[in-house]
Every structure is written in structure tokens, then in C-alpha cells.
Design a protein around this ligand. Structure first.
Ligand code: FCB
Length: 450
């Protein structure tokens, strides 16, 4: 039996990107280097030696790219501002050339009827601030708030939706614990300090956005439901630790004003004593929470995986993306309802959801066939709709990503786009998933057959 699903009126349909992943021209018009610019030029850091030097050349092609967005029919575009374009030294004097790019982009979006959704930090810290300690320096809360003020002052009259940080958990975990993202540190002791300063910076930026009259403001986190691999007590305990580390480490302080009790156990000697006042700063009221959802995790005890001591049990026989992430749509319903149950009915957006699959069609086709991505998007939209039916206040959904782009340490080989981008020719080619998404958006604001 086929059933027709209808999303609520006013549901926001969007697509997402981030500055370093698509812009290229990282040092243009007076911009300073970011930690990602520095990191990708260190040998061996990125698959295939790829860099974001050119990427999708969006810095120069933004005007045409916005036309593609209009053709797709999206109502909102989530992008990030590069801190070191706006403030090449991280603080102090503003670089008008850098700010002007975002000013033009915002105007172009509005001109095409698309609402800008701006993320202030999607991982590209000004390199000079890293030299001053980066996320390990408590002063970064003030640096970030000052930067937020500059951007909101310039664009706040035209931007309805602000995000402070994208996925702070990935910044500390990949950047300070595992060393696979910039700045490439591997330190159990630094990890909770970086996380805590990210939280303080989020709080300080929320205050700055409000002070400048910014409209809606919130935080974006990445969540993964954790399921125990067995009912063995060691696996159950590992599942609780993994859940605390990934899903509650940031949301508990922001929404409840405290850390989950598992964290001091996880970090042991490395867990600092934080000043109580910090939690007042961190716990700023949010207008919304953004959730990035890709996969779930089936968790086992793994004493070698320090400090959390939790491992992943791969679900053999199940479909996985090329990043080896299990396709598990029901996990999206699970995380959305979990937020409501634990933290109350905060307005939510799915700020990222999508899949890396290899698109094998030759380069000269006019439409790239990507049936696995179409199925992924359809099934996750249905899962998002299930959450709405269960009473979750879900207001919108952004596909990751508009374009095939620079997928961090994996380089360009892992493709998530609704549009293929050939980095050599800069040709953009729509995929069947772009057509599918346009049809969903175009059908009276979101109708889908189950
Ligand atoms: C998220 C990031 C985004 C992209 C997707 C695949 O963690 O926010 O930049 O890399 O994963």
C-alpha cells in the first residue's frame, strides 16, 4: 500500500556547504591563512594530496551557484563564513575584501528568494589564533564573540538564522584527540579543554549575536544513536560512555548546565575542574538546535580505544556508504525524539544529512545517476517525517551537500553532492538526487510517497 506523506506548511527545505570545503581562493582579497589551509599543505595529511586551494571555486562562481540553488527550489542555503577572511589576524582589524564576499553572497541569495543560514565556525580557525593556543586558550571565547559581532553587525539585517559552531565534538575529537583534522593534535589531556572552550565560545557568541540584534541563533551538533552490541555489562557500559562523549558532552552543558557524569570517569586524571561560572555562560537560551545525522553506531567495549574505551561493531551485510557509515534511517527518528525526551521540545532543524556514494557515470553525461543517494534521501526524509508525527518540533531539513566538495582528510574522493563538481573543469552536473529533491520541494512544499 502506498501512502502519501506531507511535510508541515512552512517547513524549510535547504542544502548545506561550508567555506573551506567549497570556496577555494583561500588567501584572496587580503584573507589570512586558516588552520585548514596550513594543515592540507603538510605532507601526508589529506588523501591523494588534495587541498581546498581551488575546491568548487565558489568564491568566484557564487553568483551562478546561487542560480543552481534557485533551480533546485531550496528555500534556505546553509553556508559558513571563513573567520580568517573577515579577520586575517583572528582579531582586531576587519578585512573589508573578505567581508564583502559574504555581503555579495547574502544579497545574491535574497535576490533569488533563498534565505541565508550562516554558520560562524565550520572548523577553519585563523592560523594566527592557533599559534596563540587556539581552542586551548580560554581567551578564545572573547575572540570568537568579537568576530561574531563583526559578522552579525555587517549581515544581521539580512540573515534570519545564525549558527555559532558546527559540530564542536568533531573539532575536539578529530582535531585534538585523533589528530586527523587541523590542528592535528593527539592529546587526551587537551581534548576536554578544547571542548570546554568551544562551549564557552558558543555561549559568548550567542550573547554577541543577541547584542547585535541577530534574529534566530543556535548550535549545530552531530548525533549518532549508540546501540549496545550485546547485553554484556561491558558493552552496555561502553555504550553509555560513547553516548555521553558524543551525544551529551555538548548538549548537557548547553541545555542542562552540567557535564554528563560519565565524562570525569572517561578522562580520569585529564578531566579539569571547571569554574562554575562557565556554565552560566555556556547555558544561553537557544532559538533552535541543528542536528547533523549520518549514521548510527553499534558499540562494544574496547579497552584499546582510549579514552572512551568504546569500539564500533560493523554491521556486515548492511548497506554502508563509501565512508563506511551504515545507512540507518531509523536512527534519525531516534535522535530527534531522544532530544525532545531528554531536553524538551526545542525547535529543531536537520542541518546536515546525506551520503557519500561513488557516482560512476562518465563525465560528459547531463544527469548523473545516483540511485543509492536518492534512496538514502528518501528514507531519511521519511524518518524525519516520522519524528514530526511523534510530536517533534522539526522545522526544516538541509541536505549535505549541495556540491561534491573537499571532504576534509578524505579529500575529493568521497562525494556527497546533489551536483557533481569536476574540480579540473569546474563543470557542475546535476544528479538524479537533485531532481528527486527538487520534486519533493516543488510538490506543495514537500509531498513524498512511502
Ligand atoms: C560533517 C561535517 C561536514 C561534512 C559532513 C560529511 O561532519 O559537518 O562538513 O564533512 O560531515
Amino acid at each position: 500500500m502506498s501512502e502519501t506523506i506531507r511535510f508541515p506548511k512552512g517547513f524549510l527545505w535547504g542544502a548545506a556547504t561550508s567555506a573551506y570545503q567549497i570556496e577555494g581562493s583561500p588567501l584572496a582579497d587580503g584573507a589570512g591563512p586558516s588552520i585548514w589551509h596550513r594543515f592540507v599543505h603538510e605532507p601526508g595529511r589529506i588523501a591523494n594530496g588534495d587541498t581546498g586551494d581551488v575546491a568548487c571555486d565558489h568564491y568566484r562562481r557564487y553568483a551562478d551557484d546561487v542560480v543552481l540553488m534557485r533551480e533546485l527550489g531550496i528555500g534556505a542555503y546553509r553556508f559558513s563564513v571563513s573567520w580568517s577572511r573577515v579577520l586575517p589576524s583572528g582579531r582586531g582589524s576587519v578585512n573589508p575584501g573578505g567581508l564583502a564576499f559574504y555581503d555579495r553572497l547574502v544579497d545574491r541569495l535574497l535576490d533569488q528568494g533563498i534565505a541565508p543560514s550562516v554558520t560562524l565556525y565550520h572548523w577553519d580557525l585563523p592560523a594566527v589564533l592557533d599559534d596563540a593556543g587556539g581552542w586551548l586558550n580560554r581567551d578564545i571565547a572573547r575572540w570568537f564573540a568579537d568576530y561574531a559581532s563583526v559578522v552579525v553587525k555587517a549581515l544581521g539585517d539580512r540573515v534570519p538564522m545564525w549558527v555559532t559552531l558546527n559540530e564542536p565534538g568533531v573539532v575536539s575529537d578529530a582535531g585534538y584527540l585523533h589528530g586527523v583534522h587541523a590542528p592535528g593534535h593527539r592529546s587526551i589531556a587537551e581534548t576536554p579543554q578544547a571542548s570546554h572552550n568551544l562551549l564557552r565560545a558558543h555561549g559568548a557568541a550567542m550573547q554577541a549575536i543577541r547584542a547585535e540584534g541577530g534574529l534566530q541563533a543556535g548550535l549545530v551538533v552531530n548525533l549518532e544513536p549508540k546501540y549496545p552490541a550485546s547485553d554484556h555489562p561491558a558493552d552496555l557500559a561502553a555504550t553509555r560512555r560513547a553516548d555521553a562523549y558524543m551525544n551529551r558532552q555538548f548538549l548537557d552543558p548547553v541545555l542542562l548546565g552540567r557535564y554528563p557524569e560519565e565524562l570525569p570517569q572517561i578522562f580520569g586524571q585529564a578531566w579539569p575542574t571547571f569554574p562554575q561560572d562557565d556554565f552560566t555562560l555556556i547555558r544561553q537560551p537557544l532559538d533552535f538546535l541543528g542536528v547533523n545525522y549520518y549514521t548510527r553506531n553499534v558499540t562494544c567495549d574496547d579497552p584499546a580505544a582510549l579514552p572512551v574505551r568504546a569500539g564500533r561493531v560493523r554491521q556486515e551485510g548492511k548497506l554502508h556508504t563509501t565512508l563506511d557509515w551504515e545507512v540507518y534511517p531509523a536512527g534519525l527518528t531516534a535522535v530527534l525524539t531522544w532530544i525532545r525526551d531528554r531536553y524538551g521540545n526545542v525547535p529543531l532543524y536537520v542541518t546536515e544529512n546525506g551520503a557519500a556514494f561513488d557516482d560512476t557515470d562518465p563525465d560528459d553525461v547531463d544527469l548523473v545517476n545516483d540511485p543509492l543517494r536518492v534512496a538514502y534521501l528518501r528514507d531519511h526524509l521519511l524518518a524525519a517525517h516520522d519524528a514530526i508525527c511523534l510530536g517533534v518540533d522539526l522545522r526544516g531539513y538541509f541536505v549535505w551537500s549541495l556540491f561534491d566538495n573537499f571532504e576534509w582528510s578524505a579529500g575529493f574522493a568521497k562525494t556527497f553532492g546533489l551536483y557533481r563538481v569536476n574540480v579540473a573543469t569546474q563543470r557542475r552536473t546535476p544528479k538524479a538526487s537533485a531532481r528527486f529533491y527538487a520534486e519533493v520541494i516543488g510538490s506543495l512544499g514537500g509531498v513524498l510517497g512511502r
